[in-house]
Write a protein that binds this ligand. Structure first.
Ligand code: ADP
Length: 213
């Protein structure tokens, strides 16, 4: 099974991916996570991506397409979830080509919908563990001890691009460059819209119903 997960930053893509990985054994391919790893390793790609990411801009298509085409080629036959890619119509066209070359297709496009006002609160309160990647929220999903990861007691950090100013830019980009993808995929009839301002457990059950049908 191959899935594309669409949704604005902070719409719950990461949370839902975790459940999908657990239930269906899919590989989670997050373009943002791959880029953050490249940055941490100080690779050429990581260094090129850095300034775009910190300012809330999209990394140029050619860099992303090359990076994700490689990841897709190496993906297991059991399937994967794409999270954060494609993010422009051009990226989607290139993804279709890469999938056709590999004799594969996207089976489901899941579109998580949340209003901007909720997203701003979610993202600016988001804190994560730099060691294990666990994600918390200063009001809605507090760790047991303030600012400390429950799993490994590492001090939690805020992503450099999770500040109010950068979030506004990321949301703008989302509406302008990524939202048109919903119509692009609707032509194929495999898009499922899900309100993601509800309890994540309920959203998860709705997703399972769609995939298991
Ligand atoms: P979010 O979905 O919360 O905005 P991500 O972790 O998916 O965050 O992405 C973080 C940043 O990485 C983006 O703001 C952008 O700069 C870059 N990025 C990730 N995926 C892509 C992509 N497909 N195309 C262009 N830039 C990307």
């Amino acid at each position: 099974m191959r899935i594309v997960l669409l949704g604005a930053p902070g719409s719950g893509k990461g949370t839902q991916c975790k459940s999908l990985v657990e239930k269906y054994g899919l590989l989670h391919m997050s373009s943002g996570d791959i880029l953050r790893k490249e940055r941490a390793a100080k690779s050429e790609l990581g260094q090129k991506a850095q300034s775009y990411m910190d300012s809330g801009a999209l990394v140029p298509d050619d860099l992303i397409i090359e990076m994700m085409s490689k990841a897709i080629k190496e993906a297991p036959k059991s399937g994967f979830i794409l999270d954060g890619f494609p993010r422009t119509v051009n990226q989607a066209i290139e993804l279709d080509k890469a999938m056709a070359d590999a004799g594969m297709k996207i089976d489901f496009v899941l579109n998580l919908e949340v209003d901007d006002s909720i997203i701003e609160k979610r993202i600016t309160g988001r804190r994560s563990c730099p060691k294990c990647g666990a994600v918390y929220h200063i009001e809605n999903m507090k760790p047991k001890q303030d600012g400390i990861c429950d799993n490994d007691e590492t001090e939690l950090v805020q992503r450099a691009d999770d500040t109010a100013e950068v979030v506004a830019k990321r949301l703008d980009n989302y509406h302008q460059q990524t939202e048109p993808l919903v119509d692009y995929y609707k032509k194929n009839g495999n898009v499922y819209d899900l309100r993601s301002d509800r309890d994540p457990e309920i959203v998860k059950e709705d997703i399972f119903k769609i995939l298991d049908f």
